[in-house]
Design a protein around this ligand. Structure first.
Ligand code: RUB
Length: 273
């Protein structure tokens, strides 16, 4: 039995490291399960090290030391259910919602809104180099939501009014989040530019995220393998592959978490209490 659990633990650990399991919520949930299979100090260390820049993973594992597995697990769905209800309130018929990368909190809320009869469509980006946007597109399409995919560098075409001759441009931006920090959030690379354009074009930017992603400490930006960008690149070319970036709160219209629809400042105030 112990051997089977160890094997499962190692598989989850490897899948978190290789980004096969991706997104803050999925990583935290998988790590919680792995820890439940194989609890102890060494497991905790290995799991945290697998994605040190994900506060939800760290927060969940810290809880796992003291609290019951089933109780912690319930939080994921109960928080999502509250988020879904609030996202439903802000989606209007005819909306074109722009999103980036793959966020379970965002996808679930959109799928819920579709099930509740809202008529909207989604614009999304491929999200190079790992193409998590394809996962989003597949999931939403399967739920019957119309999806239009753009290459990453076309994001302003998808958002800016003056770029679209057909007058079809996004009127809301939904982004997920990895760390929720005091002064803003960190999310997939590209999120800062998207939020900046949203602000310039008066397209509201909503962060859709579980509050367990909050961290009162600063979190470094994760840099990923360079061969994701260019495999076997010539030796004298320098490559950068920051996987995430900071988005200051001044670009964020609201954050929708299980604590409701709040301004970012109000949300941080709640987290401090
Ligand atoms: C995923 C990403 C997501 C957040 C939130 O990046 O940036 O927006 O993790 O996701 P990667 P969720 O694919 O590199 O992990 O809502 O699923 O927690």
């Amino acid at each position: 039995m112990q051997k089977i659990n160890e094997k499962k633990f190692n598989k989850i650990l490897a899948d978190i490291k290789s980004v096969k399991i991706q997104g803050a919520r999925n990583i935290a949930k998988a790590a919680l399960y792995a820890y439940h299979l194989n609890p102890g100090k060494s497991s905790m260390k290995k799991l945290i090290k697998a994605r040190e820049t994900e506060p939800m993973l760290v927060n969940v594992l810290k809880k796992a030391k003291k609290e019951n597995y089933g109780k912690i697990l319930k939080h994921f769905d109960s928080a999502q259910a509250k988020i879904n209800k609030d996202v439903l309130k802000i989606i209007k018929s005819g909306d074109i919602i722009f999103t980036h990368c793959h966020s379970t909190n965002v996808s679930n809320a959109l799928i819920y809104a579709k099930k509740k009869g809202k008529k909207f469509q989604v614009y999304n980006t491929e999200t190079r180099p790992l193409y998590q946007g394809r996962r989003t597109a597949r999931e939403l399409r399967k739920a019957g939501i119309k999806v239009t995919m753009f290459i990453d560098s076309a994001l302003s075409v998808a958002i800016e009014k003056e770029n679209r001759k057909d007058k079809i441009y996004s009127n809301k931006i939904f982004l997920g989040a990895d760390p929720l920090l005091r002064k803003g959030i960190i999310n997939k690379i590209g999120s800062n530019l998207i939020a900046k354009i949203g602000r310039m074009e008066k397209v509201p930017v909503y962060i859709i995220a579980d509050s367990w992603k909050f961290s009162s400490k600063n979190v470094p930006i994760e840099e990923r393998k360079l061969n994701e960008v260019w495999n076997k690149a010539p030796k004298n070319i320098k490559i950068k592959n920051p996987a995430f970036e900071f988005v200051p709160k001044k670009y964020l219209t609201k954050i929708i978490s299980e604590h409701g629809i709040l301004s970012y400042g109000e949300f941080v105030g709640k987290m401090k209490n």
